[in-house]
Design a protein around this ligand. Structure first.
Ligand code: PGA
Length: 257
């Protein structure tokens, strides 16, 4: 059985004071949940990682960053290394988010380098894949998933694959309020699992957690999570308020698979 994982992607929101307040609120709301049964992750901006790490240090909430560079250190102005985000308290890191692919020239090649670096330094990568609206409308969804998965995971062996979480995030559903239906999410996520089965083997593919992301809200989380290949969610907008994110996490913890 795959353990449910709900991650909040805070994107470029929250000052230090606001981040501490949000983290404290989540800690208060979610302390009753069993960390053996559900992984709860929050991914704030780099500038607040260590403050948030301190707030959640003795809680069931884990910390992630939103991106990482692949070098350990060096003359790479503006970049942040895996060692630095670990040092700030992170266990997770989001890699290849569609906003990074869209606005910051992230490619499968850079995703692959970041992925390998994250694994090397003991971080759990959350690798984002998914098609744009025009790709979906032109029936290219599976082609895009093949491309993102095969090239993003290039040369990752089976042992390391098991350390990765995949997030299926159809770009047309991110921040648009237009969620994929549970059926659409399942169709794509099952496709990803079958693909991983072909690239590795079925047994390994069955162990990989695949999250859905794109306008996840308290109102749609249960329906999505009931699907067999939806193992969690990557939540953007709805992770910025204590009430909505706590509600999503609590509802997720009650879904029986
Ligand atoms: P959203 O973002 O929930 O605001 O659609 C999801 C994401 O970008 O991970």
């Amino acid at each position: 059985m795959r353990k449910t994982i709900i991650a909040g992607n805070w994107k470029m929101y929250k000052t230090i004071t606001q981040a501490i307040e949000l983290a404290n609120g989540l800690k208060r709301e979610l302390f009753v949940l069993d960390s053996q049964k559900i992984d709860i992750v929050i991914c704030p901006a780099f500038t607040v990682l260590s403050e948030v790490a301190e707030v959640i240090a003795d809680s069931n909430i884990q910390l992630g960053a939103q991106d990482v560079y692949w070098q350990q250190e060096g003359a790479f102005t503006g970049e942040i290394s895996p060692v630095m985000i670990k040092d700030a308290g992170c266990q997770f890191v989001i890699i290849g988010h569609s906003e990074r692919r869209q606005y910051f020239q992230e490619t499968n090649e850079s995703v692959n380098k970041k992925l390998k670096a994250a694994i090397k330094y003991g971080l759990t990568p959350i690798v984002c894949v998914g098609e744009t609206l025009s790709e979906r409308e032109n029936a290219k969804t599976f082609e895009v998933l093949d491309d993102h998965i095969q090239n993003g995971l290039k040369d990752i062996d089976e042992e390391n694959l098991l350390k990765i979480v995949i997030a299926y995030e159809p770009v047309w559903a991110i921040g648009t309020g237009r969620t994929a239906t549970a059926t659409q999410a399942e169709e794509a996520q099952k496709y990803i699992r079958v693909l991983l089965g072909k690239m590795y083997n079925k047994n390994t593919a069955d162990k990989i957690r695949i999250q859905y992301g794109g306008s996840v809200k308290p109102e749609n989380i249960v329906e999505l999570l009931k699907e067999p290949d939806v193992d969690g969610a990557l939540v953007g907008g709805a992770s910025l308020e204590v009430e909505t994110f706590a509600d999503i996490v609590k509802k997720s913890s009650e879904v029986k698979k």
